[in-house]
Design a protein around this ligand. Structure first.
Ligand code: AMP
Length: 361
């Protein structure tokens, strides 16, 4: 891989908060960033050198974007496959198009991880309403129906308490009749994520694993170190994550989310990008997930992923919680991050707070 040197331009597809934090890490290393997104503006606009507003179907705009940058990455995996293939044909896209194709589709990613020896909750494909009956008989109730593609932050998901026809009808309507996957409901005590970065030569580094707590399908907090039951499953979870990264010849930051199951880690989903559960690495690790992603895709040596304090916690600021910034700043050990979003809608990620703990609790 020819290194992309400081001074060159990194193209980022998607202009949300992950793009913003990637652009800030890139700027620190001396790069310029150019965002491609369908919106007129977004959190990344304030901190990047250029912004192209374009649809993912606009081949000409995508080509111009690819011509103007030295490497392309993405902060958002719901980019239509055709747009990614087009970009991949025009320039250097990392993580590669195959990783994105698999991570975009819940059925493909579960199949991929299972085939490499990972464990998932029982699941069944639901392509049409009639298949939902067969699926619930296979998977059992309670269960969760999730759209195969384009879900995020608990969107595109419906819980089913039983297999009654009315429940199935309601769930199918709520999901909008889209191709879906039905998953058995996992009764877990803990959820965690494996955050890794892989370079082009295949070198992998893991950050410490956070315990993740969700509220209404949205990440609420990530805490490091994770409790003992999570740590007991870490070797197995890391081994499967490394297999996934190697099998995809992955370059950049990769995140795999797991439930702590009775028999071992149960894979939930993966994100081919930097992840909300890794935001604590900005202050809590020697090198943040954002900086190491930029280093990996540009062919620079990776930085250490070690913790800089014994414990770190990250809390998302959702909706109105961001208005509490003055109070948050009154705690001298907390770092406030606001994403510059103008409207604090309910359920919207407006920022996060990372607190460094000088001692383990
Ligand atoms: P996802 O979009 O798949 O990450 O789901 C969002 C959150 O919903 C997860 O982080 C879990 O807290 C919960 N969840 C998702 N799938 C399941 C499942 N099969 N069993 C229990 N809880 C789940």
């Amino acid at each position: 891989m020819t290194p992309v040197s400081p001074g060159m331009t990194i193209g980022i597809v998607g202009g949300g908060q992950l793009g913003r934090m990637l652009a800030m890490a890139a700027a620190q290393l001396g790069y310029r960033t150019h965002i491609y997104a369908p919106e007129a503006s977004g959190p990344a606009a304030d901190v990047s050198a250029a912004w192209t507003r374009g649809d993912y179907e606009d081949g000409e705009a995508l080509s111009r974007f690819a011509d103007s940058v030295d490497v392309i990455t993405y902060e958002f995996e719901n980019v239509p496959a055709a747009a990614v293939s087009l970009l991949a044909g025009l320039g250097h896209v990392q993580p590669n198009a195959e990783a994105l194709r698999i991570a975009q589709d819940r059925l493909l990613e579960k199949g991929f991880v299972t085939q490499l020896g990972g464990r998932t909750a029982p699941y069944a494909e639901v392509g049409h309403r009639a298949a939902l009956r067969t699926a619930i008989e296979t998977v059992g109730a309670p269960a969760i129906l999730k759209t195969t593609r384009f879900g995020y932050d608990g969107k595109g998901q419906v819980r089913l308490q039983d297999g009654a026809s009315q429940t199935l009808d309601d769930a199918w309507t709520q999901i909008g009749g889209q191709p879906s996957v039905l998953e058995g409901f996992v009764r877990f005590e803990h959820e965690f994520s494996v955050l890794l970065v892989r370079d082009a030569a295949g070198g992998i580094r893991f950050w410490d694993t956070p315990l993740n707590v969700h509220d209404a399908g949205i990440l609420a907090t990530s805490t490091v170190p994770a409790p003992a039951p999570v740590l007991a499953q870490l070797d197995e979870a890391r081994a499967i994550a490394a297999k996934v990264a190697d099998a995809l010849d992955y370059v950049g930051v990769l995140t795999l989310e797991f439930f702590c199951g009775e028999e071992g880690p149960i894979f939930n989903e993966m994100a081919p990008r930097v992840h909300n559960s890794g935001h604590w690495t900005i202050e809590g690790a020697v090198t943040s997930q954002f900086e190491n992603h930029i280093r990996a895709i540009c062919g620079l040596p990776l930085g250490s992923t070690a913790l800089v304090v014994p414990a770190v916690s990250m809390r998302n600021l959702i909706g109105d919680e961001a208005h509490d910034w003055r109070n948050i700043l009154s705690d001298a050990d907390s770092h406030l991050h606001l994403y510059g979003k103008h409207e604090a809608r309910p359920g919207r990620k407006m920022g996060h707070v990372t607190r460094l703990h000088l001692e383990r609790d």
